[in-house]
Design a protein around this ligand. Structure first.
Ligand SMILES: *[C@@H]1O[C@H](CO)[C@@H](O)[C@H](O)[C@H]1NC(C)=O
Length: 266
């Protein structure tokens, strides 16, 4: 009795499995999805973000992307690993190699009028420590917090740019530092911060004073560069992390962009 019930059960199972395989063959049943462990899903979405974020960063560095306010949320981790994982340092180093190669190939006049213009924030001095607390640019710009950070006067030198700065002075160039930082509130700390970090020997540090308050970076920096050219200086090169450092009037014979994917200054 039991044996015949088992045989019947086996027969039913066999018929069911035949039916299912024929249905599947007729594509009435979709094939089961391949197994996807959760790590593979997370991995492929990270890879997708990495590809998206590399494109985004290239658009930023080439100035195709303009007027952006924050790093896209899906790129915050990517920018963190870019800034801290060595690629940013490598990119700055490569930029500096290009600059030194160009500067070494020029003949420096003996009239002392061959000049370079360097920006300060994230060109000479690094604000990376500050931006670490601001999601590497994923959080909106906070002028009050940035000012109190800048007032501490503890921005470290970007080492590759400090090397460049010293080389330019050694070669006989006049170096002018040009920053949109406010003279009245940040003048003293910026001056001492630069000195403490080894930026000693530049011709002048230009900061934004009352005359230029409310002006955009391009307008303000253009006015100062025009003033230098009017004084007879030949601006052989101009170095900044923002395109607004490198646009406008009297930008110099060559411009060099230091990478910065954390913020955009119009
Ligand atoms: C602002 O700075 C410029 C350039 O250094 C200078 O010519 C001008 O006199 C300054 N204005 C004030 C109000 O200090």
């Amino acid at each position: 009795m039991i044996a015949s019930m088992l045989a019947l059960w086996e027969l039913i199972l066999l018929m069911l499995s035949n039916l299912f395989s024929r249905l599947a063959g007729a594509k009435l049943l979709p094939p089961p999805p391949p197994p996807q462990p959760s790590t593979a899903v997370a991995g492929s979405s990270l890879a997708c973000d990495a590809s998206y974020c590399l494109s985004w960063r290239v658009a930023v560095e080439t100035n195709n992307a303009q007027g952006w306010r924050t790093v896209p949320a899906r790129c915050v981790l990517y920018i963190e690993s870019y800034m801290l994982g060595g690629q940013y340092d490598r990119d700055v180093e490569t930029a500096v190699e290009c600059i030194v190669g160009y500067a070494d190939g020029l003949v420096v006049g003996d009239d002392g009028m061959d000049a370079w213009v360097l920006d300060v924030d994230d060109t000479c001095l690094s604000n990376l420590l500050y931006y670490q607390g601001k999601q590497f640019g994923g959080a909106p710009f906070d002028p009050t917090a940035f000012k109190s950070w800048a007032r501490r006067g503890i921005c470290p030198a970007i080492p590759q740019v400090l090397i460049l700065y010293k080389k330019l002075l050694e070669r006989g160039y006049k170096v002018f530092l040009l920053t949109g930082r406010d003279q009245e509130t940040l003048g003293a700390t910026t001056t001492s911060n630069l000195i403490l970090q080894g930026f000693i020997g530049h011709e002048r540090l230009f900061m934004r004073n009352r005359t230029y308050r409310g002006q955009g970076a391009v307008a303000f920096k253009s006015t100062i560069r025009k003033q230098l050219v009017a004084e007879g200086y030949r601006i052989r090169g101009n170095v900044g992390d923002q395109w607004s450092d490198l646009q406008g009037d009297c930008v110099g014979d060559r411009i060099f962009k230091i990478p910065n994917p954390m913020y955009f200054v119009p």
